[in-house]
Design a protein. Structure first.
Length: 294
């Protein structure tokens, strides 16, 4: 499971340019009784070279009546304000204690060493809880790989929807997303340990995941993702809270909406290839699911 939490930051849990796209990520058409919507697996951190996306994807987005995302990101200032409030409530120690007093000494030493190497200021970490430190270090780690949240797929489609006046719907709130992350973290430091291990290793796991996404190779993406899963309690919590429960909640919202409008649904790629993923659930419910050819 070493890389799962770190990869989740890029594939799930936050601007077009003039060059031609060098990627061909998968887009899926989901249909039933004459109603069709489109599902696109996103990466939350990306590169400028991704845009514009292939014309087949851009056209389906334009044809759709509503953009559906994990979180409605249209009001960035409101999202930033809510994130600050949630960080104060769930991500910081306000009782005078600090990170060092809440995690094993070996994990603390690893945290500080990795933070220094990635350019994360020590004073920005001390008052944060482990899951918040994991997010901060994870983001810096991906920046060293050339991945940037400003070039994430979610950001791109949100901005395109705002420009064109397309309606946006969020499947969950930021608070719900953070609560899912906290529930998946088990004893409170497993997420931090996984992110540190990935950042400190020479593994090409994350790069393989990103390459499979860029090529639209969903079977390879699924295989790479599943190879890190095992029967540990940490894995079970990860799958239950960050995948299964959220998938089920989203499906309850999506099915009635898809009877009324053509949706363009953008969610983390792991939700379309992971255990009990959304696309398989649609297939089991009698929907026709096929990859869009282009």
């Amino acid at each position: 499971m070493r890389a799962l939490y770190a990869t989740a930051l890029a594939l799930f849990i936050f601007l077009p340019c003039s060059v031609m796209a060098a990627i061909s990520p998968a887009l899926f058409e989901v249909s039933k009784q004459g109603h069709t919507s489109y599902f696109f697996g996103s990466v939350h951190m990306g590169e400028a070279r991704y845009y514009p996306l292939p014309s087949a994807i851009e056209q389906r987005f334009k044809q759709s009546q509503r953009l559906v995302m994990e979180i409605d990101m249209a009001d960035e200032s409101a999202i930033q304000m809510e994130m600050m409030q949630l960080m104060m409530q769930h991500g910081m120690y306000l009782d005078g204690s600090d990170l060092k007093t809440h995690i094993p000494s070996s994990l603390y030493r690893q945290t500080m060493k990795t933070a220094e190497r990635l350019g994360v200021p020590a004073n920005s970490i001390q008052q944060l809880r482990p899951w918040a430190v994991a997010l901060l270090i994870g983001q810096h780690y991906y920046l060293t790989m050339g991945l940037d949240p400003n070039w994430g797929v979610d950001q791109y489609f949100s901005q395109q929807a705002i420009k064109t006046g397309k309606a946006i719907y969020g499947l969950e709130t930021l608070a719900e997303q953070i609560n899912a992350m906290l529930a998946a973290d088990g004893e409170g430091s497993s997420m931090l340990q996984q992110v540190l291990d990935e950042a400190d290793s020479s593994s090409d796991y994350t790069q393989r995941m990103m390459t499979a996404w860029e090529k639209g190779n969903s079977s390879e993406l699924s295989a790479i993702f599943n190879e890190e899963l095992d029967d540990t309690q940490a894995d079970k919590l990860f799958v239950e809270h960050l995948l299964l429960k959220r998938n089920q909640n989203w499906l309850q919202q999506l099915k009635p909406m898809m009877k009324k409008e053509t949706l363009f649904v953008v969610v983390g790629a792991a939700h379309l290839v992971g255990p009990e993923n959304i696309l398989d659930s649609f297939r089991q419910a009698g929907y026709q699911v096929k990859a869009v050819s282009y």
